[in-house]
Design a protein around this ligand. Structure first.
Ligand code: 4AD
Ligand code: MG
Length: 431
């Protein structure tokens, strides 16, 4: 007997296979039972015709409960009506374990209830699809950077430094010393770029932000590339190529998942480099023209502003050259203007907001020392970071892409809480 996963079934048309599965759902009448089977690799319908199987097999199928586990034996058949394209004509059902009173029934449930049951909610078809899209994004990320000469480097999670400002840090004790959970690996990635040229990291980052929005997580995963000898414009080109690459990979490899999610894929097909760019100055003018009187030059954008800007483009848009005073200490100033820096945020379409923050980094020792002082950072803590400017300093640039916001956008999922297996949110550490 061939043992197969649901994803492998297309290889075994007209053959009999054995599949380990859970019962996602069930319908039955006197003569026929339909089992919605799931095994993690996919979903398939099992059909049991009473007259074709032993009486006790039909009775097992009829009385089986949601989320019970089984070994199912059956013949693989093409089925044009199902999105998957195949079904299983079941000949035997062996019960492994009976599930009783599974809390997530096919009816509608509230979000808080589903979040309390996140450990079970992950089994649902929609959540399964989002996790598959997330996985494809991660896979395509490694593929893109490996194919383009980047080396994966892992920065530490326990650190003494605060690249993105000191207000959102998770403090902890490192034996006798004060330490923080990393809010970005960037500073370490800059050191790595001076050793390995083009590097990227992929890891968890932490922000103790008291924000309760559909874009904020307390713990999220970030991809942070850093490149020696790369200046502002070239950095944007890498970003638009990378984002296009992952979107096209999801389109190619997650067709079924995007269908399950009801995603309008025509909006994704269009996502190819180059992406439009608009300067912060022009964005302010644009917002004033649109009637946003609440924003002035020098203010940071809120999500309504970002959404208004993004809505006038059908691709992600770079907002470039933000005011120096609202950006972190390490950003390279504009060569002709002291008041703006060589940075860009990439804003996703359809209201998903900022998915990338990036910039050219200051490579002049004196200027960087001055900035460390201005931002009231401890020069001892940043000594090693400043030393990168002492020994063969070079122009360099990098960026950070937030995985969950990008998954939300590509999947068309409203809130980032559904794009990470176990979200850490304000007031949620369980499960
Ligand atoms: O713009 P951010 O704060 O940039 C940095 O941390 C830089 N050091 C990155 C770099 O240049 N290496 O964060 C980068 C991205 C954001 O654009 C957003 O996608 C995501 O990380 N992000 C969050 N995602 C979910 N929840 C949060 N609280 C997030 N904060 C940032
Ligand atoms: Mg940012």
């Amino acid at each position: 007997m061939i043992k197969a996963t649901i994803a492998e079934l297309p290889k075994y048309v007209d053959k009999e296979v054995k599949v380990g599965a859970w019962i996602a759902n069930k319908r039955s009448s006197g003569k026929i039972a339909f089992l919605q089977l799931r095994d993690g690799s996919g979903f398939v319908q099992g059909v049991i015709v009473k007259s074709d199987v032993a009486e006790e097999v039909f009775q097992t199928a009829k009385s089986i409960t949601q989320e019970s586990s089984v070994y199912v034996t059956g013949t693989v058949q093409k089925d044009e009506r199902s999105p998957f394209g195949y079904e299983l004509l079941v000949t035997n059902v062996e019960l492994i374990h009976t599930s009783t009173d599974y809390p997530i029934t096919p009816k509608e449930h509230g979000t808080e209830f589903l979040m309390d049951n996140r450990h079970l909610w992950l089994r649902s078809k929609r959540q399964h699809a989002v996790m598959k899209v997330r996985n494809e994004l991660i896979r395509a990320t490694y593929e893109f950077f490996n194919e383009n000469g980047f080396v994966k480097v892992d920065p530490p999670i326990l650190t003494g430094s605060a690249p993105e400002g000191t207000t959102e840090l998770f403090a902890t004790k490192y034996f006798e010393e004060d330490a923080y959970l990393s809010q970005s690996g960037q500073l370490y990635m800059e050191a790595a770029a001076m050793a390995l040229g083009k590097v990227f990291s992929f890891g968890p980052t932490f922000r103790a932000e008291k924000s309760k929005t559909r874009r904020h997580l307390i713990e999220f995963w970030m991809i942070e590339p850093e490149m020696a000898f790369v200046e502002f414009e070239e950095n944007l080109e890498v970003q638009e190529q990378y984002v296009s690459y992952v979107v096209q990979s999801v389109l190619k490899n997650c067709q079924l998942e995007l269908k399950t999610l009801g995603r309008d894929i025509s909006k994704l097909e269009n996502i190819t480099a180059p992406f439009p760019r608009i300067s912060y100055d022009d964005a302010i003018t644009f917002l004033h023209e649109k009637g946003f009187d609440d924003i002035e030059w020098g203010d940071d954008f809120g999500s309504p502003h970002e959404t208004a800007i993004a809505e006038s483009f059908d691709k992600p848009v770079f907002i470039t050259h933000y005011p120096t005073k609202i950006k972190p200490f390490y950003m390279q100033p504009h060569p002709e203007r002291e008041d703006v820096v060589l940075c860009a945020d990439l804003i996703a379409p359809e209201g998903y907001g900022e998915i990338i923050g990036g910039s050219e980094r200051i490579h002049d020792m004196d200027l960087l020392s001055k900035r460390v002082e201005e931002h009231q950072l401890d020069p001892e803590t940043y000594k090693w970071y400043l030393e990168l400017r002492q020994y063969g300093s070079v122009p360099h640039s990098g960026f950070g892409l937030g995985l969950e916001r990008t998954v939300a956008w590509i999947s068309g999922v409203e809130h980032v809480r559904e794009t990470i297996p176990f979200p850490r949110l304000l007031n949620r550490l369980y499960p």
